[in-house]
Design a protein around this ligand. Sequence first.
Ligand code: UN1
Length: 496
Amino acid sequence: MHNGATNFIDGQWLTSVSGDTFPSVDPGNHERVLGTYARSGSAEVKLAVEAASRAYRSWRATPAPARGALISRMGEILAANKEDLAHQISREMGKVLIEARGDVQEAIDMARYIGAFGRMPDGYTVPSERQDVACFARRVPVGVVAMITPWNFPVAIPAWKMFPALVTGNTVVMKPSEESPGVAVAFVQMLTEAGIPRGVVNLLTGFGREVGKELIESPHVSVVSFTGSTATGTQIMERCATLGKRVSCEMGGKNGIIVLEDADLELAVKGAIWSAFGTTGQRCTAASRLIVHKAVIDSFTNRLLTAVQALAVGQAGNDAVDIGPVINEGQVHRIHNYVQRAIDAGAKLLCGGARPVGDAYSSGSFYEPTVLAGVTPDMEIAQVEVFGPVTVIMKADSFEGAIDIANSTNYGLSLSVYTRSSSLAFRAIELLDAGLTYINLPTSGAEIQLPFGGTRKTGNGHREAGLHAADYCTEWKASYINYSETSDLVRAQIDV
Ligand code: UN1
């Protein structure tokens, strides 16, 4: 596939109808253009959705075990190509290699897990109140699923959304972020190797306002699944409500780690470093708040700063680097403005707060790992999702006070508590308002066999992964069968 032929529609690799393209650039070195990609719009959306609608008829009729087998094959192809794909992820969106391998591994795990769904129960039977009547309920697909996916997990997130949709008989049109089109193309190429039938998965590269928007409007799209910002997700939900369309949104987070008086501080610092600065803070699950009991705040802060000083910022492909670039220049400015405003509001900068200096950083979008102290829940920095290598320290006076601070944002994705007390651990799990809760573990590190998603403004009630991964793209059909040989009408609720 060359010269921008990066749309995959009805089994064919195509350029955009207009011939327009856009570049994908290494965030660690802006002079390094990695490829050019089709810039799609409404014409391509129409073709892709039509192809997906046509393919739906035969794909939904394909036995579920065969659909599952295809996904299992995809898992093995991903495993065989793990290293190459990880390098491509690392170049295109800037996460360090060890994490890029994790991104691919998450998709492999998901494929192996969901592949097996093809032979798992897809419903249940219950007794009828009427004699000689059989009843069962089954999960059925809904049609064409539009997936709008982000750049921060360019393989894992498409896998979470796509495999459950496919195993249950839906077809897909995927619009990956314009920041990671190359990885999306590689992913779909692997699906073709796995034998995906024509039209079952379609890929449109391009921009949200030109492709994503059109996809949502398309009358033949039955479900929209989106991961990204709360601002965009809210617009999508509003539009889908008007159009009467199902929608699953996975949006912002303002995750936090509580460190209680009795915590293992060495473990808590390791968890905080990984949660705050892993993936350069660009995870939905990143911990941008460290809520520390007053009795241990000084010693926790000292240990944390020592650990931050040891972190190396640099090119993502270099094994000695801990923190790669952030995704683009706009994001560097956004992060820096949040840090500046926090300082203006009274926060104390303990480290970072600037771009690193030196030739090694001059061509890329780098930002130093940043820690702010003296932050209170009313400050902007304690409320907004920064999506960068920035975390804040907040003081708690008690267990209850710490829980209140943890719950004091609009988001509810991932919250963690470090404590040696099992009673406080279980009480915290009860009291924390979040979709993911952790004890003595980082806020990042969700496993695919559990539900992933958040409460309040993080989501709209759906969960990805886990046993209910296909809820967002399936409906329940109830069936009643009268097998009696009499001609008697027996009315439910009346004749029995
Ligand atoms: C995301 O950042 O969008 O728990 C997903 C984690 C990963 C998933 C992150 N397994 O951090």
